[in-house]
Write a protein that binds this ligand. Sequence first.
Ligand SMILES: [Cu+2]
Length: 255
Amino acid sequence: MKKSLLLTLAPAAALCLAAVAAPAHADSGTSYQATLSSINGSGASGTFWMTLNGSTATIKERVSGLAPTFSGAAYPHVQHIHGGAMGTCPAASADTSGDGVISTTEGAAAYGAVLTTLSTSGDTSPAAATNLKTAGMGGSYNYSRTITLDAKTLSAIKGGTAVVVVHGLNPSTLSATAQAEKSDLVPSLPLAATSPAVCGKVVVSQMTSMPDGSVATGGGSTSGLQDEGLLAAGGAMLLGAGALVGARRRFAAQR
Ligand SMILES: [Cu+2]
């Protein structure tokens, strides 16, 4: 893509493109990522990607290895952006009750309170935190949603305290003591149902495109958002409107 763009433009254009690269990148948003690692012995893992434009967050997430079923149905894994605390995932020592499980409450000293619910539809506020109907479903899933983040969540992300947590453990992996306990969040549920299964700190990412599910995300893939911004800026500055349309068409054909 870049090669054909440079061929299209004169050398002076390349210099000009370099000069506008920074603002073009800023306009395309800031990318964040979290590597989701197993806690409480869940054995699950995943990745969270987010591009933030103002308060609009385009989120993709893949999780695998979670408990697949609960009471004979797909296991609802509630998931959130926590924040406002240490911006870390809890260590084993966070299990202050000694039952072998870091409950959601025990982990809060590390990752903080629920700021945004990564629900599959509707409410994304903390009020939806334990809505099992809009949770991630099953042992492995892909999540993709564009949502508006509130001021607290934006502050946590920019301040480096945001942590993604996916909840829901396989009860059979818990100690006998923990299996008999009730959830600290929803007393009608067992402790396993709401305890953290994977956790990852949200950090600024160098990626220039979101993974697309069916498309490989290696270094050779199209860096969509950023290059589109470059095209627009370079085109407006150096090419006529007609040439910009042509450049966009070539861009589209190569995607
Ligand atoms: Cu949570």
